[in-house]
Design a protein around this ligand. Structure first.
Ligand SMILES: Cc1cc2nc3c(=O)[nH]c(=O)nc-3n(C[C@H](O)[C@H](O)[C@H](O)COP(=O)(O)O)c2cc1C
Length: 210
């Protein structure tokens, strides 16, 4: 009798284990399908954009990258947004040949009324209280495309800070030319930098502006 009872208990245990095993595997699939979806990454990006909004903008034109490098350092120091002025018709190395009296830049710089077309999308100045505006010196002055830019915007209520790069020439009348052609904005005296200017030198200049 005891042997029959033991056999019955053993059969019941085997049946129970088999049934439990099947149940468990189904449950685990259902569990993983029911996991909550990850939070939307585009919402996180939008929140970050709002936090990073700056009231300083660095605008620059750069034909061979020198002014671009200085502009990026200024933007990094000040936490500014950055906007590049591109020419609709890009400047080739032939265009930039100052030894050629017939090159595009020689013609443009010899005629103060020339206004090369801008190819970059327009920038909105809404919310900016300070604009650093950078360019290379061409024949002692601002490239004519800078005049195209300043004549296309209203800088009322904005502090305008010109800066330039060059081989050796100073900023000369470039800042004043831009101010006069813009006809709006509160223009500070500009500054010339070599391509190798350090962040420390730029920081000292920026601190002196306030
Ligand atoms: C057409 C042309 C004219 C230039 N004229 C002058 C000049 O009058 N004085 C000067 O010091 N450098 C002059 N440069 C040199 C540039 O100002 C200098 O290389 C500048 O840093 C270039 O900036 P970018 O690389 O942002 O275009 C001239 C360069 C070009 C292409």
């Amino acid at each position: 009798m005891r042997r029959i009872f033991a056999l019955l208990i053993a059969c019941l245990m085997i049946f129970g284990l088999t049934a439990c095993g099947g149940g468990n595997s189904t449950e685990s699939v259902e569990d993983s399908a029911a996991e909550a979806p990850a939070e939307s990454s585009s919402e996180e990006a939008a929140a970050e954009d709002t936090q990073n909004a700056s009231d300083i903008l660095v605008v620059y034109f750069s034909a061979t990258g020198t002014t671009k490098g200085v502009a990026e350092k200024i933007a990094s120091i000040t936490g500014a947004d950055i906007y590049e002025i591109n020419a609709a018709q890009e400047y080739t190395s032939e265009d930039l040949d100052w030894n050629d009296s017939d090159s595009r830049t020689t013609h443009e710089q010899n005629d103060p009324s020339v206004r090369p077309e801008i190819g970059s999308d327009p920038v909105s100045l809404d919310g900016y209280s300070t604009v650093y505006i950078g360019f290379p010196i061409w024949w002692g002055e601002e490239p004519r495309i800078m005049d195209t830019f300043v004549e296309s915007y209203n800088f009322d209520g904005i502090t305008m800070i010109p800066f330039c790069t060059s081989s050796s020439s100073g900023i000369g009348m470039s800042g004043k030319n831009l101010e006069s052609n813009a006809g709006s904005g509160n223009w500070l005296d500009g500054e010339r930098f070599g391509g190798g200017v350090s962040e420390e030198e730029l920081q000292t200049w920026i601190d002196g502006l306030q």
